[in-house]
Design a protein around this ligand. Structure first.
Ligand code: ZN
Ligand code: FE
Length: 255
């Protein structure tokens, strides 16, 4: 069923997202970076919060859970793998589980790497996926808890979604990500074009999120770890994609 999505910046570089099921009025916040900012957006939209969908346990994703649950009595849904770390959690979800937001359905995919329990919420009928800190525009989450193998597999899950799927990343990291991407993928014309577009948008403080699966497949160096020209640039010609991914992530950590 149709959903409306309201996106807003909060904290230093996070995005908040409200998802509203038109048919029933059910409304979710994807993560809880800032309870006050989320409350302001709810008031501005005239929506009542019914669900919190957490992607992972970090404070800038679950820190507002208790304040919002207290105020709204909403249902808190989050990853099984991080149940002890998600304040106020009511329902634990894992790979393949379905979450109904009123009449709209999201499918849960586990995407370990940034954290071990990280999940994303895919509203397939609406071609929208809320990806937390797994993938960013031209970037991916740091490997705080998981391995490169896990993250490569998680990114492959996202890359396999329909190309037109909008990816709602939790941070505006795009400009810095583009600078790194150009350093490891200098021959990529799509990337050069996109980098210029991003500079123009950010100069006017316009969000670069959401991105799409198709755009990331063309320009995200972490999805392009199997590409010969990227492998040549990082001096790993003929490498297995997962090994080139691990090296690209390591280079980004030191960029
Ligand atoms: Zn995080
Ligand atoms: Fe985060």
């Amino acid at each position: 069923m149709p959903i409306d999505i309201r996106q807003f910046p909060c904290l230093s570089d996070n995005y908040g997202f409200l998802v509203h099921d038109r048919e029933t009025g059910a409304t979710a916040t994807i993560d809880t970076p800032d309870a006050d900012a989320i409350d302001r957006e709810l008031a501005a939209a005239g929506w009542k919060l019914t669900h919190i969908l957490n992607t992972h346990h970090h404070w800038d994703h679950a820190g507002g859970n208790l304040a919002l649950k207290e105020k709204w009595g909403c249902t808190v849904i989050g990853p099984t793998g991080e149940a002890e770390k998600i304040p106020g959690i009511d329902r634990l979800v894992g790979d393949g589980d379905e979450v109904m937001l009123g009449a709209s359905k999201a499918v849960v995919h586990t995407t370990p790497g940034h954290t071990l329990g990280h999940v994303i919420y895919h509203f397939a009928d609406d071609a929208a996926a809320f990806v937390g800190d797994t993938i960013f525009a031209m970037g991916c989450g740091r490997l705080f808890e998981g391995t490169a193998e896990q993250m490569w597999s998680s990114l492959s899950t996202i890359a396999a979604l329909a190309p037109e799927t909008k990816l709602y990343c939790a941070h505006e990291y795009t400009k810095a990500n583009a600078a790194f991407a150009l350093s490891v993928d200098p021959e990529n014309d799509d990337l050069k074009t996109r980098s210029e577009e991003v500079d123009a948008l950010r100069a006017k403080n316009i969000p670069t999120v959401p991105t799409t699966v198709a755009l990331e497949l063309a320009t995200n160096p972490f999805l392009r770890a199997g590409d010969p020209s990227l492998q040549a640039a990082i001096k790993m010609p003929g490498a297995k994609p997962v090994d080139a991914f691990a090296e690209t992530r390591r280079l980004k950590d030191n960029f």
